[in-house]
Design a binder for this molecule. Sequence first.
Ligand SMILES: N[C@@H](CCC(=O)N[C@@H](CS)C(=O)NCC(=O)O)C(=O)O
Length: 81
Amino acid sequence: MTEIYVSLTCPFCMKVMRAAEEMGLTEGKDYVIVDAAPGTPGRKKVVDTGGKSMVPFLMDGEHWMYESDDIIGYLRSKFDA
Ligand SMILES: N[C@@H](CCC(=O)N[C@@H](CS)C(=O)NCC(=O)O)C(=O)O
């Protein structure tokens, strides 16, 4: 499952979530949102995986990335959207 780690106060995260919605993707079916606000287990996972304390962060099996534009491009490609 594609996991997108976000903090709800982060405009780059909002951009990614809006793009996913505009692609017609469904949260819980196509991808899951994980709370990665500072101090959460989600943020720890982000740092442990990618080495940086930054969101948005996408993880899909072996694939992970930080840049919002890369995340949107990945979703477009994966879902042909
Ligand atoms: N280049 C990144 C910028 C992401 C970014 O600046 N994220 C901020 C939040 S909006 C961040 O993670 N700051 C550190 C923090 O929240 O602890 C992108 O476009 O995704």
